[in-house]
Design a binder for this molecule. Structure first.
Ligand SMILES: NC(=O)c1ccc[n+]([C@@H]2O[C@H](COP(=O)([O-])OP(=O)(O)OC[C@H]3O[C@@H](n4cnc5c(N)ncnc54)[C@H](OP(=O)(O)O)[C@@H]3O)[C@@H](O)[C@H]2O)c1
Length: 216
């Protein structure tokens, strides 16, 4: 898959690196320094290169949107035409100092994003785990018991693309339903962040859902 990274920071830099190591063709874009994008591409050691958001978007089968909420408009403007593109977003609608959601309950960041780019196909994924756990999950990929990762979206084929990327990182994708379910997954992330950054166990936290009892 050709994956364009829009926002090459903690989430985009790590996920792009993992996607490249999993065999995808990755373009890192949108950082404050071109040197950083080149370094990420070099160190990913797969098929990866640095580019502009427009270059990242042009040929992409999937785009990862991984910028602060305040930068979404800017990066999308630079990306240009994203009609028909699968946009996997881990971006949360956080306020400037990252202490609270600015959209919740009656809508979600993912739904606002989908309204902003109505011709793209938005899937909300990866936003429910801290960046610090991603390489650890990838390294443990061969183990039988994988951590879960919830995702949601309104289009089945784009959700299949997201599920493939989720599996490639080492998670067990859990389809949570339509995009409006991001109203629940986005606040859930604040719980995960609390456990990651305020607890004693360190930020390398993932979660796993278990089912008990007979099926059907
Ligand atoms: N970090 C996490 O653990 C985590 C977990 C779940 C969800 N999220 C969400 O994921 C999204 C990305 O978070 P993150 O932690 O990866 O953010 P981040 O590390 O700040 O990365 C954002 C990227 O955008 C770039 N950027 C910011 N302003 C720019 C500008 N004016 N021009 C060009 N590039 C610019 C940054 O450049 P530089 O590289 O030069 O800084 C960086 O590459 C956010 O919406 C966040 O809420 C984060």
């Amino acid at each position: 898959m050709r994956v364009g990274i829009l926002g090459s920071g903690l989430m985009g830099g790590k996920l792009g690196t993992i996607f490249a190591r999993a065999g995808h063709d990755v373009v890192f874009s949108y950082a404050r320094s071109e040197q950083k994008l080149k370094r990420l591409a070099r160190e990913a050691k797969g098929k990866a290169r640095a580019g502009t958001p427009g270059e990242a978007a042009r040929e992409a089968d999937a785009l990862l949107l991984a910028v602060h909420w305040s930068r979404v408009d800017d990066v999308l403007k630079q990306a240009g035409d994203v009609s028909g593109k699968v946009i996997v977003s881990c971006s949360l609608p956080m306020n400037a100092d990252d202490t609270d959601l600015v959209i919740a309950h009656t809508s979600s960041g993912a739904e606002q994003l989908a309204k902003r780019v109505p011709k793209a196909r938005v899937v909300s994924a990866f936003g429910t785990v801290p960046s610090e756990v991603l390489f650890g999950v990838f390294a443990a990929k061969r183990k039988t018991s994988r951590p879960s990762l919830v995702y949601c979206g309104d289009n089945d084929s784009s959700k299949a693309v997201a599920a493939e990327l989720i599996r490639d990182v080492g998670f067990d994708p859990v389809d949570a339903g339509p995009l409006r379910i991001a109203r629940y997954t986005e606040p859930f992330t604040l719980l995960i962040a609390r456990l990651a950054y305020e607890g004693d166990g360190g930020p390398e936290v993932a979660y796993r859902f278990e089912r008990f009892g007979k099926k059907g």
